[in-house]
Design a protein. Structure first.
Lengths: 335, 290
């Protein structure tokens, strides 16, 4: 753990300064946080233990090769949906930035990219064990720091980051709106926040998700992996058909639009998440379904709701991108 | 009384619906009736009815099955069809058929005036009464000693399919006929488009979704597990829309399990002599002790 990170950290409980003490961080009020493998451990997952377990397991099951492939796809998608156009656009923004927080960093790919494009310090932050793997992989970069903790009780002072990102993360907290507000409070005036959350789906798909997740979120990792295998197989079979159906009128009551639909996509968006992407290997497809069905919290939201969060936090919306799976929003805190 | 209006509209606006298909050997609907009741072709039905002097088709709609029963009933038998909302339609359709009487009756009301029957047939009706167990007991009470009651009720489906059923049914309950039909035309269009793919998929068992592993036609797969979207090339577009309307419009539309129906039999003192469960419904024949 580098001193530069220590300067950024505060006690997540009462926001006092922290200092090193015999392999731990302590404050003046008796709070003590261990440092394990060079990573400060600032939160007990508590009610979010399931979330930590899901994502800790998920990432441990993906090979480095798979992760690299996934990251290439994710970077391109990220730049597009957050309105950067390309990596060059993101790089221009980051060139003048001192501090970046990647909240819910997972395997740390995004954090590493920020650190590469940015002269300042980047904190890769996560509730789960994945932060250990991230540190092992990316720990060499001198401006990249790792910390374990909870987005809902962050170990950072208010208004201490120029750029805060929580990409595909805060819908997995027990209270997505509160997570947004909490992260927004960490943004300096003149800084920006980027967030992606799941979008609310067609009604039946939502009911199906509620029904299935009520069962699958209580499963062990292995049981849910087996379930995810089955759903993946269904997605693969429906995709394999390559069948297209053409609907003159659609069924608005079910959120089925007129036009041409791939059968798998029609089932997927209207009735049941059964992910399959032919370009990914089998395991990554299974994990994508697992990622949906196992996390204890996976809230879905609307654009209006997210604009409301921004307004409430006094943020100006800079860019919004809405696709069927989710909503990406980038907002700025006025100087 | 949405359910009564539903069926009144359905049969008065479409007096011929499924009539020919019910009476034509080899047509899906005809063969489905015989197969699920365990009757080996028309001769099997004739054998079932042999020795019957009085036969009741309870909830006869436009009288199509009444006509089928009359065709295979023994010489001199009396076939009675009753319906709550569409007796006049059946009466018109069956005018001139010897030995057939049509009347109006509520299956939850006093059926004593109808007398006793050696065979009572009740297809796709009990689940629309709001009190299927009560209507079942009421019909069982009309059996002569040794008589049989043959019922078909909708089966409880896979969970997602049940969600869609409840949602669409609630959404169109109060719509006028034409608007409700418009929704059902859209639903039928999904069925048509999926049927046109004429494609098969092999899926694993997924217990949480009520999916049994195996090979399915893709339209049937969606139909059973996600959304009723009926389509048969034997019917025209409007007829297909109507079959969907028939499913989605009546508010009284309960779905059942085999155990439930066997419970009704036990309650009424009937011995189950035939049972058949398909993805759509449950067929049970129960016999009163001689």
């Amino acid at each position: 753990m580098r001193d530069r990170l220590l300067e950024l950290l505060v006690c997540p409980v009462d926001h006092g300064r922290l200092r090193r003490d015999d392999g731990a961080l302590v404050d003046d009020h008796g709070h003590r946080y261990p440092i394990r493998d060079g990573i400060p451990w600032l939160a007990d997952p508590g009610e979010q233990a399931g979330t930590a377990e899901t994502f800790g397991s998920k990432w441990s099951l993906v090979s480095e090769e798979e992760r690299d492939r996934l990251a290439a796809f994710q970077f391109e998608w990220y730049d597009k949906r957050f309105g950067w156009g390309s990596e060059a656009g993101l790089a221009r923004h980051l060139s003048g930035v001192e501090r970046v927080l990647d909240a819910g960093t997972g395997t740390g790919y995004d954090a590493d990219r920020y650190a590469r494009l940015c002269p300042g310090d980047v904190v890769a932050f996560d509730l789960s064990e994945s932060v250990v793997a991230a540190a092992e992989r990316w720990g060499e970069r001198s401006n990249l720091h790792f910390a374990q903790g909870d987005i809902l009780a962050p170990p950072f002072a208010a208004e201490s980051f120029d750029f805060v990102v929580a990409d595909q993360v805060i819908h997995h907290t027990p209270d997505c709106a509160r997570a947004f507000r909490t992260l927004a409070s960490l943004v300096r005036p003149g800084g920006q926040i980027s967030v992606y959350v799941y979008k609310r789906k067609a009604l039946i798909r939502e009911l199906a998700d509620e029904h299935v997740r009520a069962i699958t979120t209580r499963m062990s990792v292995q049981e849910c992996m087996e379930f995810s295998e089955q759903v993946t197989e269904l997605g693969r079979e429906l995709s394999r058909l390559g069948g297209r159906v053409s609907l003159e009128r659609g069924v608005p009551l079910l959120g089925i639009e007129p036009g041409e639909h791939d059968v798998q996509r029609l089932v997927y968006w209207s009735f049941l998440k059964c992910f399959w992407n032919e370009d990914w290997d089998h395991r990554l497809n299974v994990l994508t379904n697992f990622d949906w069905y196992h996390p204890p919290y996976a809230s879905r939201h609307t654009e209006e709701e997210m604009r409301g969060w921004c307004a409430e936090c006094g943020l100006d919306v800079v860019h919004v991108d809405v696709v069927e799976s989710g909503i990406s929003i980038r907002a700025a805190k006025p100087s | 009384m949405n359910t009564a209006r539903s069926f009144h509209d359905k049969w008065h606006r479409n007096p011929d619906l499924a009539f020919r298909q019910t009476l034509t050997e080899g047509a899906d609907i005809h063969d489905w009736i015989l197969a699920r009741n365990g009757w080996d072709g028309p001769a099997g039905l004739a054998e079932q009815l042999s020795g019957c002097r009085r036969i009741l088709d309870a909830g006869c709609g436009n009288g199509r099955v009444t006509a089928l029963l009359a065709r295979h009933a023994p010489e001199g038998a009396e076939v009675v069809g009753v319906d709550l909302t569409s007796a006049d339609v059946a009466r018109e359709n069956l005018a001139g058929l010897d030995g057939v009487t049509i009347g109006e009756a509520d299956l939850l009301g006093d059926l004593g005036l109808l007398g006793e029957f050696d065979f009572v047939y009740c297809q796709e009706v009990l689940h629309h009464t709001g009190d299927p167990a009560g209507a079942f007991a009421n019909l069982a009470g009309r059996l002569s000693p040794g008589g049989e009651l043959a019922v078909y009720v909708y089966r409880r489906k896979a969970p997602v399919r049940e969600f869609t059923d409840d949602h669409l049914r609630r959404a169109i309950a109060d719509l006028p006929y034409e608007q409700a039909m418009e929704v059902c035309r859209r639903v039928a269009e999904v069925g048509r488009a999926l049927s046109a793919l004429d494609a098969r998929i092999t899926v694993p068992e997924i217990a949480e979704l009520g999916i049994a592993g195996g090979e399915y036609d893709v339209q049937r797969f969606v139909y059973h597990h996600f959304m009723k979207c009926f389509w048969s090339d034997e019917l025209d577009a409007e007829g297909n829309a109507l079959l969907n309307y028939d499913w989605y419009h009546p508010q009284d539309c309960t779905r059942h399990t085999l155990d439930e129906v066997l419970g009704w039999c036990a309650e009424a003192g009937l011995q189950p002599v035939h049972r058949h469960v398909d993805p759509y419904g449950i067929t049970v024949r129960g016999r009163r002790a001689a």
